[in-house]
Design a protein around this ligand. Sequence first.
Ligand SMILES: NC(=O)c1ccc[n+]([C@@H]2O[C@H](COP(=O)([O-])OP(=O)(O)OC[C@H]3O[C@@H](n4cnc5c(N)ncnc54)[C@H](O)[C@@H]3O)[C@@H](O)[C@H]2O)c1
Length: 380
Amino acid sequence: MPTVNIALIGYKFMGRAHSNAYRQVRHFFPGKLEPRMKVICGRDREAVTAAARKLGWEEVETDWRRAVERKDIDVVDISTPGNLHRPMVLAAAHAGKHVVCEKPLANTLADAYEMLRAVERAGVKHMLMHNYRKIPAVAFARKLVQEGRIGTVYHYRGAYLQSWLLDPKFPLLWRLDRKLAGSGALGDIGSHACDLARCLNSEFESVAGQLTTFIKERAYPEAPRQAKRRGRVTVDDDANFLARFRNGSAGVIESSRLCGGRLNYNMFEMYGSRGSLAFNLERMNELQFFDATEAADRRGYRTISVTQAAHPYVGAWWPPGHIIGYEHTFVHAIADFLSALERDRLPEPNFYDGVRNQAVLDAVERSAQSGRWEKVKCPI
Ligand SMILES: NC(=O)c1ccc[n+]([C@@H]2O[C@H](COP(=O)([O-])OP(=O)(O)OC[C@H]3O[C@@H](n4cnc5c(N)ncnc54)[C@H](O)[C@@H]3O)[C@@H](O)[C@H]2O)c1
């Protein structure tokens, strides 16, 4: 079977999730191309060697540029902080490699657009890891919307809430530094909420947003050895906004990492002329569907267990009711990516989605500054 050689940059949270996906994908999703876990890249030789052994990679590199430029590499997978996405994508495109990139695509709209142009010029395939689209219940919700089962959409409500920053002692990691992360809750989890809204509902037209940093200073992770022990948080803790969509629906999107009791509460609700849908990642095998066309005396939300062979993706796994989890979303994304390579198609979501998504984040930032509604200005 022809192989496609992968270079993965980053071996922590997403590095582990992507490694698992490359390892698992062909055990459940057969295809003509075999991904080969060729090289994993990190700066610390000892740590990356241990990661390679644990995660199943053949070789290690400590300089990402060397990994990207290797002749035997076909795909570069970027699982590093946001500030590194741009140089890594540009180098990968320049070297003619297909790219899988973590979200958000970039730290600014201008960077995202430059990255899209680079992969277009290079003629390589590109995928953006908005993995939540790949949840069977989410893909099924999209199908119901496309079939007209909820009719004309009036309201879209999305929220992605977590609680890990509630503790004021949580250290000042890269995600709290604008130079590295670009933004806070907005780009980190709000970008997922925007992607789901775009995927399920419509492109955004305009937004009115606010960004708030509640805990303005935090201790550096290496505090005891550092002269300056505390530093400023330069990103938002909370990003929420009202939205007008191009399909005429009205929306509200919230994202925060200071919501006690919400661990990974990525939810959406859609209310249309014929029905409604509701989903929450913490119960990711279920979709709530309300059919407004049924007789009033028997209407009500029903819970669909999205685990049937007829549902998207899930038939490749277990019998009905044998639920799947977070890691499966990445396996589905990589299965779609490999299938796109085989068929010489562009996978979804891709860098076009990345630019459109970044344009929404950009409009929210402008609106938070101006205090006004702002149009989403997308260069594509
Ligand atoms: N799709 C999702 O659901 C999801 C979830 C979490 C994070 N992310 C995204 O994934 C990306 C990485 O986040 P993470 O949570 O895995 O971060 P992390 O801090 O857990 O891991 C970052 C990795 O990047 C590596 N790295 C940093 N600088 C490097 C350099 N110069 N050269 C080589 N490697 C370098 C680190 O060694 C580490 O392995 C971010 O863009 C983030 O937004 C996506």
